[in-house]
Design a protein around this ligand. Structure first.
Ligand SMILES: [Fe+2]
Ligand SMILES: [Fe+2]
Length: 270
């Protein structure tokens, strides 16, 4: 399957560059991906007009499967209400038809109103588990705005996913193929215990760090290989990472997950 992963659109200030988002969307339509994953931070301050502006661009994506999640900026000023009005549920699971079956995408809302940091939260673990455990029709994909692992070249790390350890252990247990994240505005890839953790940069803003230019990711999830390519809108592509399709891990952890992480059973989502 082919995935376009973009994040950190950041409408709302002169740092937003519409020509970059225009180019990224034109290129996305030409790529005809199976899934477009928009990994949060559509806006800068969470204002309705910023969401409306972001939506006016995202509505031009022709892919039938566009999954959009919240970022911390979208949770400012009670922006999550506008998100819900314009994009629907903040957490949801979606199945995506692909040539070799069906991918399962679980979109998580890691944001907290007006906070830069985030967490998935214990109340969501059982739901995440029930959606992904044993899924065998295709890739298992999670989306979460905040970074689970530190991203290099981003300065001091103050707001990674607060429950990163628990979430990482669950993703490992569930044999998740890929986690798609944004937030740090630097594209980077880790592979830990068979879980590929793929960060996209900022697609259309000048809120960059150091020498890293605005970009988005194109992921080719093939039968033999998983390739992640970096695209600068309107300026071509370079390889970012590649993995074998069969997740490679040299470690195994033997104790049951519950020794480390206990699910909150009281509030399972549907
Ligand atoms: Fe951002
Ligand atoms: Fe963010």
């Amino acid at each position: 399957m082919r995935i376009v992963q973009m994040s950190d659109i950041h409408t709302g200030t002169p740092l937003f560059r519409p020509e970059m988002l225009d180019a990224a969307i034109e290129e996305t339509n030409a790529l005809a991906p199976d899934l477009v994953a928009v990994a949060g931070d559509l806006t800068t301050e969470g204002y309705r007009w910023e969401f409306e502006e972001a939506k006016s661009y995202l509505d031009r994506i022709e892919c039938p499967n566009v999954v959009v999640i919240m970022g911390n900026h979208d949770a400012k000023n009670v922006g999550y209400r506008h998100f819900e009005d314009l994009f629907g549920l903040r957490s949801r699971s979606v199945t995506v038809p692909i040539p070799e079956g069906e991918a399962k995408v679980v979109a998580l809302d890691s944001t907290k109103p007006d906070l830069a940091e985030g967490e998935v939260g214990r109340e969501n673990y059982a739901w995440l588990d029930s959606e992904l455990r044993g899924w065998d029709r295709g890739p298992r994909i999670a989306m979460v705005h905040h970074h689970i692992l530190a991203v290099p070249g981003t300065g001091r790390d103050r707001n990674n996913l607060r429950d990163a350890g628990d979430v990482m252990a669950i993703l490992r247990e569930l044999k998740v193929d890929m986690v798609l994240s944004g937030h740090r505005h630097v594209p980077y890839v880790w592979s830990v215990s068979g879980v590929r953790i793929i960060h996209s940069g900022t697609v259309s803003s000048l809120r960059v760090r150091g020498i890293i230019a605005p970009s988005y990711n194109v992921i080719e999830f093939g039968t033999e290989k998983v390739a992640v390519n970096l695209r600068r809108p309107g300026e071509g592509e370079e390889p970012l990472a590649s993995f074998s399709r069969q997740a490679v891990t040299t470690s195994e952890v033997f104790p049951e997950l519950e020794r480390f992480v206990r699910y909150d059973k009281a509030s399972m989502q549907g």
